[in-house]
Ligand binder design. Structure first.
Ligand code: PEP
Ligand code: MN
Length: 342
């Protein structure tokens, strides 16, 4: 259910409505738009225990303009509940709206030289945030699993040297505290998109969440995962499409370009595209990146390594710095055409 407050409602009005919602046993999620405040009412309450119909009860408040039910199963994430695009602010960098944000960096953190050189290289070519995995979700338990906290320390050094926020994955709830010490954005990987206890935990933090779509997650399931994070009070969710499993084997996954317009219609959350994991081959990364800009994505998450040939994970799909810089020129031109700021 959504409560739309009247244009001139005060803090006191919002507090009173919130408390009415909570008295009925629901939780209230406040979102302040430029013109109006909207309160999301979520939770399941035994209808027999309610003294009055919640819609009718809330409508009697003088500061309430409208109350309506959200028809989608995802409530807080639905465009129906918030028409304006969400803009997620990461240390002053805005993701969403008319911004186009490039996040770049290696698949895994490997060494100081690798992180420093790659971070400085991508920074000069329009990257706004630095990516890198220290806890890696590898298919085989016998391959490199990530440097853990030592890797996060190297990322921090590179982030401070280049003034770029850190985007890094948290895989296991037991690592959350250590990842929180270094990360500016917590990445939830494709394999954990339906790890509901992890989603709830990161929803209780105050860090923005970059939520990757699973390789076999429908758009509705993906948005339900975003809802898990948001229902815990964290509204700063950035979605990321990274390719889905299809019958096609020429690429590692199939980039679902249609996810961009579908998600734009269904949700107000920003949408990034990861062309690297979708393609699995670096040669296809430029075309997919450009398609993403044209289709209305809010940014890209691209794997870049100073020496891809020696990368310990995902070597085939990482661009070198020169290739990234070449691509970023085209991205800039296209972003301008679709009315996005880089
Ligand atoms: C990553 O971005 O580091 C990663 C492992 O991607 P995904 O979870 O999409 O496979
Ligand atoms: Mn990777």
């Amino acid at each position: 259910m959504i409560v739309v407050m009247k244009g001139k409602s005060s803090e006191e009005d919002i507090k009173r409505v919130k408390s009415k919602i909570e008295t009925m046993g629901f939780s209230a999620h406040i979102s302040k738009g430029s013109e109006r405040t909207v309160v999301g009412v979520v939770g399941s309450v035994d209808k027999d225990k309610l003294k009055s119909d919640p819609v009718a009860f809330l409508k009697t408040d003088n500061a309430v303009d409208r109350v309506y039910a959200v028809s989608k199963p995802y409530k807080l994430a639905a465009r129906e509940s918030q028409r304006e695009n969400t803009i997620v602010n990461v240390k002053g960098i805005e993701v969403g709206g008319d911004n186009f944000t490039i996040i770049a960096g290696p698949c895994s953190v490997e060494s100081r030289e690798q992180m420093m050189t790659t971070a400085k290289g991508v920074k000069q070519c329009s990257a706004k945030m630095l990516r890198g995995g220290a806890f890696k979700p590898r298919t085989s338990p016998y391959t490199f699993q990530g440097m853990g906290e030592d890797g996060l320390k190297l990322m921090k050094e590179a982030s401070e040297a280049t003034n770029m926020p850190i985007v890094t994955e948290v895989m296991n709830p037991k690592d959350l505290d250590v990842v929180l010490k270094y990360a500016d954005v917590l990445q939830i990987g494709a394999r954990n998109v339906q790890n509901f206890s992890l989603l709830r935990l990161v929803g209780q933090t105050d860090k923005p969440i970059l939520l990757k779509r699973g390789m076999s997650t429908t758009i509705q399931e993906f948005l339900m995962s975003a809802e898990y994070v948001m229902s815990e009070g964290n509204a700063d969710v950035i979605l990321c499409e990274r390719g889905i499993r299809t019958f096609e084997t020429a690429t590692r996954s199939t980039l679902d370009i249609s996810a961009i317009p579908v998600l734009k219609k269904e949700t107000h959350l920003p949408i990034l595209i990861d062309p690297s994991h979708a393609a699995g081959v670096k040669d296809y990364v430029p075309a997919l990146s450009k398609a993403a800009v044209a289709a209305g994505a809010d940014g890209l998450l691209i794997e870049v390594h100073y020496k891809p040939e020696i990368a310990v994970s995902d070597a085939a799909q990482q661009l070198n710095i020169e290739e990234f810089c070449e691509l970023s020129k085209d991205i800039k031109k296209l972003a301008e055409v679709v009315g996005k700021k880089i």
